[in-house]
Design a protein around this ligand. Structure first.
Ligand SMILES: Cc1cc2nc3c(=O)[nH]c(=O)nc-3n(C[C@H](O)[C@H](O)[C@H](O)COP(=O)(O)OP(=O)(O)OC[C@H]3O[C@@H](n4cnc5c(N)ncnc54)[C@H](O)[C@@H]3O)c2cc1C
Length: 287
């Protein structure tokens, strides 16, 4: 999809620069825009900036989550994934919830399955990770110890892991600011939505489009006067309308992940009639 988007933007005449990392941004003294410097010391000018660098970035000139007090940016969740061959195919994306985390199973290219989990770090700390980091290399075995979920275990029984286990941390599912020092934030940079919603990519695309449309409206209206600060305010307001509820509902569901198993069982019984509502409640709504 990344490649398709890249090609389509190019077709629409967007200037695309590949492989450069933005190192620093500087606001022009007269407030009319920005200087953007990359790792090749090339400098470009921009009237507005939209930052879509994911949840963990570091750019001089902006307060960055990848810098400063590290503990303040830490979240309690760890993401883990691997690909498997030999999982019998089902026409569904499967979610297995267990105390302290969950695992999604989804078919991917080449007849393989992607197993992707989010686990609370207390599971790791509590010593469930028998065998230390080495145990991580066999994800199915690791899940048997950590999740103790018979249905998940049955699905992965006999399957062959065909990729390394990849882990990402720290993860802190939470809504973030829509703007920072006059820069619009889109996608994970503006908040990380729980992966169990399966909607992070869609949210990132919608938010990017929304930010671009607010900037474009502003650029058109500029001849009519007004302040550039309106752009951040307007974007923040529209983004909140479009995605605010998704974070609230996802946070409520997340509390279930750490709830006692009796509460989880009760919630599981309610899924057939509650599930559709919850699904809709975590989706983007056009503002
Ligand atoms: C474990 C896990 C499972 C997930 N499962 C799902 C799922 O099933 N479905 C779903 O929809 N979403 C899922 N997500 C969420 C999804 O991956 C994100 O929401 C989505 O990728 C956000 O897109 P983004 O463009 O904002 O950020 P990213 O995809 O992180 O892209 C940011 C890009 O910016 C680049 N960048 C960073 N800094 C700079 C810089 N200084 N200069 C230039 N470029 C820079 C990075 O290299 C990267 O290419 C999952 C996430 C995790 C962690």
């Amino acid at each position: 999809m990344d490649e398709a988007l890249w090609r389509s933007d190019k077709q629409f005449g967007v200037e695309m620069i590949e492989g450069n990392t933005v190192r620093q941004v500087r606001r022009l003294a007269d407030g009319s825009g920005w200087e953007v410097e990359d790792d090749r010391q090339e400098v470009r000018h921009a009237r507005f900036l939209i930052l879509a660098c994911g949840r963990w970035w570091r750019i001089d000139g902006l307060r960055s989550p990848g810098r400063g007090e590290p503990r303040a940016n830490y979240g309690p969740w760890v993401g883990v994934k691997a690909h498997f061959r030999g999982v019998s195919e089902r026409d569904a994306i499967e979610m297995y919830f267990f105390q302290g985390g969950y695992c999604g199973l989804a078919p991917v290219e080449g007849g393989r399955y992607n197993a992707c989990c989010l686990v609370h770090r207390s599971l790791l700390q509590a010593g469930h990770l028998n065998g230390g980091a080495k145990a991580f290399t066999d994800l199915a075995r690791w899940l048997r110890v950590v999740a103790q979920h018979p249905a998940l275990e049955a699905r992965l029984r006999g399957a062959q892991q065909v990729s390394p286990t990849l882990a990402t941390a720290p993860l802190r599912p939470a809504r973030g600011p829509a703007g920072r020092e006059g820069v619009l934030l889109a996608g994970d940079a503006a908040g990380f939505l729980d992966p169990f919603t399966g909607d992070g990519i869609s949210m990132a695309l919608h938010a990017g489009r929304l930010a671009a449309s607010v900037v474009a409206d502003r650029a058109v209206a500029e001849g009519l006067g007004g302040s550039p600060a309106d752009v951040t305010r307007r974007y923040a307001c529209l983004l909140s309308r479009a995605a605010g509820r998704s974070y609230t509902v996802a946070a409520l569901i997340r509390t279930l992940v750490r709830a006692p198993s009796e509460v989880q069982d009760l919630a599981a019984k309610m899924v057939p009639w509650l599930g559709t509502h919850l699904l809709h409640a975590t989706r983007w709504r056009d503002p």
